[in-house]
Write a protein of this length. Structure first.
Length: 500
């Protein structure tokens, strides 16, 4: 029997009323297991109205009240890790251990939100003039919205709403309609933790729901994570409607491997960073730049490791990589591999046509490795978002860095070397928002901020960390002058001597 996923508005499940439904498949079998409600503009209005009503009290609630709820929420999320991860596996397809890792990284931001009392401390300057003090404080924005992608259906929402509500805002989440169930469970657990009705709402939908949020006059800010074309659209449309926007886009993340690097460590890192979560992550390493004469040896080491990766259903404990999210996405990823040779690449591993016995209708693709890829080929220029690793060759460090900096994307990058001086130069010279030194996927911990450069970010604020707090609050400066008690009007006695 097909499950139905409805909206979560005002602290309760609200049945979809638009008459439009979207299919949710089990990527391992290809079977439609769930139907998800696709909201109309009117249903988005209802969610925003619930958030606006809740803001009247939540926006002025004490920090103690907010953090009490968040500490309880953190405990509930911890207790339900496996349940959340199982929903992710069932609808996204990633292996259970990977899904658990996603939940753990989301919990980091909940923990940051639990300590929001420190993050929201203001500043005070006394006696800037005679008996004049100046204070800087930060206040919430009101109703804010988050639009999140399919590849991390729990983590990316948790990058947004815990910090937003800790700052005193109320939140409307529009998760991916491809794997919607985790978002509803996150909201239900927040309600169990004592979060007042309407503070966190979930509306499912497609472009209709997205546009309704971008244009809604009561939505003050929009957070987005997804592809670069959609990030541009979100930023342009929401900004035109007077909203604050952080829109994180796509990526083509490079790993520069210098001749002195530990090639075994570099190969291990390349395999895990390129093929983990089936390559469906914006911080995946999708391009390795081999410097000097090490290219052939490095490619061979990557191949040896890639050939050993076990692909299978995400709920099989022996699986190391699961299927892709949809059949259409699988076919698109495969097209880059089938067209690579004609554009000059050497196809070292071809993962197209891969199937899993007993699950032939699943959205399967094997690991692909392309060597000697040119920078003008489709496989290099586009964000493939699948288990395809391109290897490019460079003669020198300078050539490698220039190649990376010529990319329109600037999300994450890494260097593998034993040379501290080279690593120091790289971290200063490379044009990317997140840099790893002998770390393949440099996703910052929760108390630092996540975000790229160039076409990987639209808007001024990175997500979570200090930037996240600043995004979900606005500054106010208060200048105060109080007369000295000795200057009180005649007839008013405050108990202070009138003469000194």
């Amino acid at each position: 029997m097909t499950k139905t996923v409805n909206h979560w508005i005002g602290g309760k499940t609200v049945e979809g009323a638009s008459g439009n439904w979207g299919p949710v498949t089990d990527p391992a079998t290809g079977a439609v297991t769930t139907r998800v409600a696709l909201a109309s503009a009117e249903e988005v209005d209802a969610a925003v109205a619930a958030a606006k009503a809740a803001y009247a009290t939540w926006g002025t609630s004490s920090l103690a009240q907010r953090t009490t709820v968040l500490f309880k929420y953190r405990a509930l999320l911890d207790a339900h890790r496996d349940e959340i991860a199982a929903l992710i596996t069932a609808e996204h397809g990633k292996v259970h251990s990977d899904a658990l890792g996603e939940v753990a990284r989301g919990l980091e931001i909940v923990e940051l939100a639990c300590g929001i009392t420190v993050q929201l401390k203001g500043e005070l300057s006394t006696q800037v003039s005679n008996r004049v003090d100046v204070a800087a404080i930060r206040q919430p924005l009101g109703v804010v919205a988050g639009i999140t992608p399919f590849n991390f259906p729990a983590m990316v929402p948790m990058w947004m709403f815990p910090l937003a509500i800790a700052c005193g805002n109320t939140f409307v989440l529009k998760p991916s309609e491809k794997d919607p169930s985790a978002a509803n469970l996150l909201a239900e657990l927040a309600s169990q933790a004592g979060l007042p009705d309407g503070v966190l709402n979930v509306v499912h939908g497609d472009k209709v729901a997205v546009d309704a949020l971008l244009e809604h006059p009561d939505v003050a800010a929009v957070s987005f994570v997804g592809s670069t074309p959609i990030a541009k659209y979100i930023h342009t449309t929401a900004s035109a409607n007077g909203k604050r926007v952080q829109a994180l886009g796509g990526a083509k993340n490079h790993m520069l491997v210098l001749p002195d690097a530990d090639l075994d460590a570099a190969a291990d890192a390349a395999v895990s960073a390129a093929y983990g979560s089936a390559g469906e992550r914006c911080m995946a390493i999708s391009a390795v730049v081999a410097v000097g004469a090490i290219g052939d040896e490095l490619v061979q080491k990557i191949r040896e490791r890639a050939e050993k990766i076990k692909i299978g259903p995400g709920n099989d404990p022996t699986s190391e990589m699961g299927p892709l999210i949809t059949a259409a996405h699988r076919d698109k990823v495969a097209s880059y591999v089938t067209g690579a040779a004609a554009q000059g690449a050497e196809v070292v591993l071809d993962g197209t046509g891969y199937t899993v016995d007993g699950h032939e209708d699943g959205h399967w693709i094997g690991l692909s490795l392309l060597d000697k890829v040119s920078t003008d080929s489709d496989a290099y220029r586009d964000e493939i978002f699948g288990p395809v690793l391109c290897v490019l060759r460079a003669d020198t460090y300078e050539e490698g860095v220039r190649l990376i900096n010529d990319s329109p994307f600037g999300n994450g990058t890494a260097i593998y070397t034993r040379d501290g001086g080279a690593a120091r130069r790289f971290q200063l010279e490379v044009q990317a928002g997140m840099v790893g030194v002998n770390v393949p996927i440099p996703v910052p911990v929760g108390y630092h901020s996540f975000g790229g450069w160039k076409d990987s970010l639209f808007g001024d604020h990175h997500i979570y960390g200090n930037d996240g707090v600043h995004f979900y609050t606005r500054g106010k400066v208060v200048t105060t002058r109080w007369p000295d008690p000795s200057e009180a009007p005649a007839g008013v006695d405050l108990g202070f001597p009138r003469n000194h």
